[in-house]
Design a protein around this ligand. Structure first.
Ligand code: FMN
Length: 363
């Protein structure tokens, strides 16, 4: 099953059940263009057997940039980068999918841009978007998807998780608007739906469209995310849902939903023809099987794919494959295609990178 193809409702086929999770790596140029380091890192994963290779979150407007060295898709300056990236991924038979993101209140305001969010967030220096700014943001997501298609990608994923802009709109804690984009869930999810409709109207019919949601933190409540998940699946507009659970095996934080793993909660919800993937601590061949046995259609691999560019190939060769133990040396990560910048970024994940030791000074 793991190495059998998977067809999406819109028509594209993923050659196996392994997706590279979107991973911000800070390796590209300050103006959002692709660097050789980012190209090497991602194409190595496509070559390593991932049936879908997702880019890092790519910012769709300058004021929505969330990280230094992040890839962008806001203007013609970025087209060559993405043509090269899509081509490089597809050369290995992997589906090339771009994650689209606007950081909202979590943006860095690198060039002095005003930080924008659904509502004022004083501690972040964020101002509430005007109606015109919401419309401009909607258009930026749709335009980026159209450009992604023109650059050769098979599809895009909308980042509606982890407290970034689309998640901020969904959140009753962050979004206190009193217009049609605030209030009940229908209003808070309106921007997401409008972007989906715009992409469906303006991209070709077999363009793959995924949505990433997370059920916890930033004001996300399991019942609301579950309801939205089911509506998105029932709409027939979304090829796949990517549930970012951080630990698929854990039970929800919310008392009322305890007793079942997050994985089982989402796998059990009706999803019609929409495919389901989950991310969060899937690190071994056994974990992959557990997730698939629980009923997901494919798995999303993050940190284990940083450790092993060919994680799918490793699991194929050895069904009980277990990754190298943490912390891992900088030289291991360099050999796996991470630049010194990415290795440094990974030091933010406690216990992931070992202290430099003799022989690792190049990292
Ligand atoms: C270095 C790093 C960068 C990440 N960048 C993104 C990102 O750009 N977009 C996103 O949706 N999630 C991002 N995530 C979350 C991952 O996609 C994934 O959901 C998470 O790491 C859990 O999977 P794992 O346990 O297999 O790592 C990032 C995670 C890490 C470790």
């Amino acid at each position: 099953m793991l190495f059998e193809p998977l067809a999406f409702t819109s028509g594209q086929v993923m050659p196996n059940r392994f997706m590279l999770a979107p991973l911000t790596n800070q390796q590209s140029h300050a103006d959002g263009r692709l660097s050789d380091d980012e190209f090497t890192w991602l194409t190595m994963r496509a070559a390593g057997g991932f049936g879908m290779t997702m880019t890092c979150g790519v910012y769709v407007r300058d004021e929505g940039k969330g990280f230094p060295g992040q890839l962008g898709l806001t203007e013609a300056l970025h087209f060559d980068s993405h043509r090269r990236m899509a081509e490089g991924i597809k050369a290995h038979g992997s589906l090339a999918v771009m994650q689209l993101i606007h950081g909202g209140m979590r943006a860095i305001g690198q060039n002095g841009e005003q930080i924008l969010a659904p509502s004022d967030v004083a501690r972040k220096g964020a101002r509430a978007m005007t109606a015109a700014e919401v419309a401009r943001t909607r258009e930026a997501f749709i335009q980026a998807a159209v450009w992604a298609e023109e650059c050769g990608y098979h599809g895009v994923e909308l980042h509606g998780a982890h407290g970034y802009l689309l998640c901020q709109f969904l959140s009753p804690e962050v979004n206190t608007r009193d217009d049609q984009y605030g209030g009940g869930l229908d209003n808070r999810s309106r921007l997401l739906w409008e972007i989906i409709d715009g992409i469906r109207a303006r991209c070709r019919p077999d363009f793959v469209l995924g949505v990433r949601l997370s059920p916890e933190r930033f004001g996300m409540r399991l019942d609301e995310i579950g309801a939205l998940y089911q509506d998105l699946c029932a709409s027939g507009k979304v090829d796949f849902m990517d549930m970012s659970l951080w630990d698929i095996f854990k039970e929800p934080e919310e008392e009322a939903h305890r007793g079942r793993r997050l994985l089982d909660i989402f796998a059990a919800l009706p999803r019609a023809g929409t495919r389901l993937t989950v991310a969060g601590k899937i690190t071994t061949g056994a974990d992959v099987r557990l997730a698939m046995d629980a009923g997901v259609d494919f798995v999303a691999i993050g940190r284990a794919a940083i450790l092993h560019h060919d994680f799918p190939a490793k699991v194929k060769a050895e069904p009980d494959f277990t990754p190298v133990a943490l912390p891992v040396s900088p030289s291991h990560l360099r050999a796996e295609g991470l630049s010194p910048t990415f290795v440094t970024y990974m030091r933010n994940w406690q216990g992931f990178v070992a202290d430099d030791s003799a022989g690792d000074t190049a990292a």
